[in-house]
Design a protein around this ligand. Structure first.
Ligand SMILES: [Zn+2]
Ligand SMILES: [Zn+2]
Length: 267
């Protein structure tokens, strides 16, 4: 049986940390049998990122070229990954009002106080305070940000493990994670199953199966799967495993988006 497969979190050269051409990523997606790809380039408004590198008109023109070239074989979704949209509501509204995106990922990359949660110096003892500070940001984002899908809910564990630090979650942070997931459900938003830890040899995606089940128990239905690939060779990596994990958590379909309206595909 050929069930639907997508990669809803791919970066291209419109992200400050990727050189990938959209065409190369589309070709890999087709070669790997995906039905759909979403380019979710970074629009990070925080102080650590170069501003204005995300050139929306050029990006959308590149999407249109990909649709013209690959549209018969691959659905192409125009997305954006907003960093901390709840902290930059005016900038976020200006970007989203000015351009027609299909899909918006909302991401927490900073802990409270705009501490860069992807840097090694963030992971100092007591580690649980660092993790709490990250999840508090996720709670605020989930409740107030303009997004369709909350990205990589427990991303902090990926970078912790990358730096060889122990991650003792999700249990000790369960209240905060559930609070965030409740906001997602109440607002009619979704979450992402982010597979990027698997590409780094880590044992579980963001979030883990356990947290995905919490989301389901809280009434969560809207789910997308993304590799978070920053180069074409990562496009679609581990998506079959992601689908298996989603099914184990009780999901029978994935969400797709056009003009920020949801549609469903069975898996
Ligand atoms: Zn991210
Ligand atoms: Zn990303």
């Amino acid at each position: 049986m050929n069930s639907y497969r997508h990669d809803y979190h791919v970066h291209s050269c419109f992200s400050h940390d990727s050189r990938a051409s959209l065409e190369a990523a589309c070709q890999v997606a087709i070669d790997r049998g995906l039905d759909e790809i979403a380019f979710a380039d970074h629009a990070d408004l925080g102080p650590d990122f170069p501003q204005d590198y995300f050139r929306a008109p050029e990006y959308l023109a590149a999407i249109a070229r990909c649709r013209a070239r690959y549209g018969e074989e691959l659905a192409v979704c125009a997305a954006v990954e907003l960093g901390e949209p709840h902290l930059y509501p005016d900038e976020t509204a200006a970007l989203l009002d000015a351009h027609d995106f299909d899909f918006v990922l909302g991401s927490a990359h900073y802990a409270l106080g705009m501490r860069a949660a992807w840097r090694e110096e963030f992971f100092v003892d007591p580690l649980h305070e660092a993790y709490e500070s990250y999840f508090r940001q996720v709670v605020r984002l989930a409740a107030a940000g303009d997004y369709d899908v909350l990205a990589h809910v427990d991303l902090i564990k990926r970078d912790a493990r990358q730096f060889g630090k122990l991650y003792d979650g999700p249990g000790p942070y369960g209240d905060m994670i559930r609070t965030a997931l409740k906001s997602v459900v109440e607002r009619g938003k979704g979450i992402e199953l982010n597979l990027s830890p698997l590409r780094r040899g880590q044992p579980e995606p963001c979030p883990s199966l356990e947290v995905l089940k919490w989301y389901r128990e809280l009434g969560g239905e809207i789910l997308v799967i993304g590799s978070d690939a920053h180069s074409p060779d990562g496009v679609g990596a581990h998506v079959d495993l992601g689908v298996e994990i989603a099914r184990s958590a009780g999901f029978a379909r994935l969400a797709t988006f056009r003009e920020r309206q949801i549609d469903w595909r069975r898996i």
